[in-house]
Write a protein that binds this ligand. Sequence first.
Ligand code: PMP
Length: 412
Amino acid sequence: TITLPVTTTDAAAPHVPTVLGVPGQINLDYAATAPCATAAAEAVNAILPWYASVHRGAGALSQRCTLAYERARQTVADFLGARAEDHVIFTRNTTDALNLLASALPEGTTVVTFGGEHHANLLPWPGHPLRLPVPASPAEAVRTLSAALAELRRGADAPAHILVAVTGASNVTGEVWPVAELARIAHRHGARIALDAAQLAPHLPVDITELDVDYVAISGHKLYAPFGAGVLAGRGDWLDAAGPYLRGGGATARVGTGTHDVVWNTGPARHEAGTPNLLGAVALAAVCAALQVADRDALRRDEERLVARLRAGLASIPGVVELRTFGADAERVGIVSFAVAGRDSSDVAAELGREHNIGVRDGLFCAHPLAKRLLSEASARSGLTLPPTALRVSVGLGSTEADVDALIDALR
Ligand code: PMP
């Protein structure tokens, strides 16, 4: 028998959308995959009886599913503050979204990133992307980008287009990047900017129009929705001019008998060939809708309190050293990484799981260049010999002080 999991959120906190969980299991690994929101589970349950093809059938069930899919797109567009000229394309996840964007860059585009990015925002870019050094502060990030773009523009062989690709919040340190200022600098130099919001969107509002970014990528499974649904939202011109990311049914307006006798659709359909992930889209949209009516300021305050408690607890344990890029007081989302001197990180994570039912992440978090560098900096700062990999604790909707205290007690 399968027993449905129960919600773990404190009913006394009505501003917190509820999430599913298993009693006795403490999930402190939201940054890898967040628990499923009740709203997402309900949305999936509601559409299941109607389950039929999307965009491909005339029957009532199919019509309903098509409508639900397109409504989901609109809900996500509203959640992300998309402009009229933006396309909102459903993808599998952030990795898929950024690879789609990478496939749609016009000829002669140079991509500029920082070395601290997640691999998903480091590896997809074609040609010779410019990888800027990891800055020591948000202000330094802005200065570094400004100088790099001025230099790129000055050269006789200046690229036809520049795309700056940055994260909104680091998946290693949780530190929040100065996205609006970076966007201003990018645009001042005639560049576009893509935001990897995989870790930002679950914690802080991400509004394309307000931040004035050109593209945003998110993952549903980090945003309390199921696996397999992500989004690339952003300016439609490059996306409509590029070849389709996936080739097949749904992406075509007309197909003739000749091999190349194909007219591709424009708009999201151009890049969404194949039968789409209706359940994923509907569930993701349900979370977006739930977050839009939630009191996000109150959620943020709760999270800041939890993170402060977590960091103070970690700092109180001899041999535990935090990883950070920007300094101790930088703004962060609910993610903290650290290492324990003299203890192998995978052993610590395994023991937390086995002995204490606490799930955390260990490793280099798909951001090898950054994590390795921060480990060696943390070692220099503390004077301690640290292991070659780190531990990461992350919190979100439904996380409690008791969860954090249990971790600190277990580590101690
Ligand atoms: N960017 C960041 C900042 C991330 O933390 C992650 C996931 N760890 C990704 C991109 C990739 O997300 P996904 O695995 O869902 O494609």
